[in-house]
Design a protein around this ligand. Structure first.
Ligand code: IPM
Ligand code: MG
Length: 361
């Protein structure tokens, strides 16, 4: 049966990197992958057209699709808007509306890029971490929230960090299941020494781990985890953590791999329906310049093939093609080093497609 893919390019470099990922999808379609694409507006682009960062039509397209490919949202242009209609609300809204609670953010070092990492090659070579970030709860969504004026006339901003046991259990299960297919180790990251909500998080993880006796569970406070990620990142297999800690730690982990421009992500619901996006943002400063790295988005397509379309072999082909392109010496500016061939966004997409097509011969 034809699988429907909703394509939401978004803002900034979003449309450029998504165009390259779509090129890859179309190349796979020519090889027999049975898909159809439907485009929707999200973020600032959607706000400009419709007054909402997440129009109803977009939500309907996404809801109806088997998987969603997203570029990025946000930009200077919309920064002064009310928070309720900012581009980021479109992204948070779709995550929440579709119940995409499990955010998988792999940080894998391609050996070809060991020199692009800001850490010494021996610290990062062979790095393969999976960050499992809770995506629809915690302080991002907790209520009450807002900005109020106190009787003194001073303003006060407030947010709420809240987690229910059931929310911790469902993300915990995802992490344990993934660890089973890896090295069998889960590190749960919290701030249980200070925050009650994460004290409960830790307790719940410990209880849950009794059903996964083959997995080794450890715990780490988030400040230490940030330090350990740059000190000795290879100690980690799977990390599982809250929405906000996962946001921060995944940016940190991405730099270990040389560039945030290389890292894909998957956001899944209970039935493995998913939204796939690069973990980097919309980078408005380089938008429209044909310099952004499309590989994170292309690798997000690979994750889509694996997790939502049940096409593991084709996913492997896409990942291998990316690796071959790096072997060929092609680099966008973010991963460029001396002696390599500097190319643009479009050329990088073409290079990946060329490798995919050369497999036919
Ligand atoms: C991410 C981004 C988003 C987040 C923003 C754009 C709302 O930083 O996907 O990591 O904070 O989740
Ligand atoms: Mg982030």
């Amino acid at each position: 049966m034809t699988k429907k893919i909703a394509v939401l390019p978004g803002d900034g470099i979003g449309p450029e990197i998504v165009a390259e990922a779509v090129k890859v999808l179309k190349a796979l379609q020519l090889k027999g992958l049975d898909i159809e694409l439907e485009y929707g507006l999200i973020g600032g682009a959607a706000y400009d057209e419709t007054g909402s960062p997440l129009p109803k039509e977009t939500l309907a397209i996404a809801d109806d699709a088997d998987a969603i490919l997203l570029g990025a949202v946000g930009g200077y242009k919309w920064e002064s808007l009310d928070i309720s209609v900012r581009p980021e609300k479109g992204l948070l809204g779709i995550r929440s509306e579709l119940n995409l609670f499990a955010n998988l953010r792999p940080a894998i070092l391609y050996p070809q890029l060991a020199d692009a990492s800001s850490l010494k090659a021996e610290i990062v070579s062979g790095l393969d971490i999976m960050i499992v970030r809770e995506l629809t709860g915690g302080i991002y969504f907790g209520k009450p929230r807002g900005i109020r004026t106190l009787p003194s006339g001073e303003k006060e901003g407030f947010n709420t960090l809240v987690y229910r046991e059931s929310e911790v259990i469902r993300i915990g299960k995802v992490a344990f299941d993934i660890a089973r297919k890896r090295q069998g180790r889960v590190c749960s990251v919290d701030k249980a020494n200070v925050l009650e909500s994460t004290e409960l998080w830790r307790e719940t993880m410990i209880n849950l781990s009794k059903d996964f006796s083959d997995i080794e569970l450890s715990h780490m406070y988030v400040d230490n985890a940030a330090m350990q990620l740059v000190r000795e990142p290879k100690q980690f297999d799977v990390m599982v953590t809250t929405n906000m800690f996962g946001d921060i730690l995944s940016d940190c982990a991405s730099m270990l791999t040389g560039s945030i421009g290389m890292l894909p992500s998957a956001s899944l619901d209970e039935n493995s329906k998913g939204m796939y996006e690069p973990i980097h943002g919309s980078a408005p400063d380089i938008a429209g310049k044909n310099t952004a790295n499309p590989l994170a988005t292309i690798l997000s397509v690979a994750m889509m093939l694996r997790y939502s379309l049940d096409e593991g072999e084709i996913a492997d082909m896409v990942e291998t093609a990316v690796s071959v392109v790096l072997d060929q010496g092609y680099r966008t500016a973010d991963i460029f080093s001396e002696g390599m061939k500097l190319i643009g966004t479009v050329e990088m997409g073409d290079a990946v497609v060329a490798v995919l097509n050369s497999n036919d011969r």
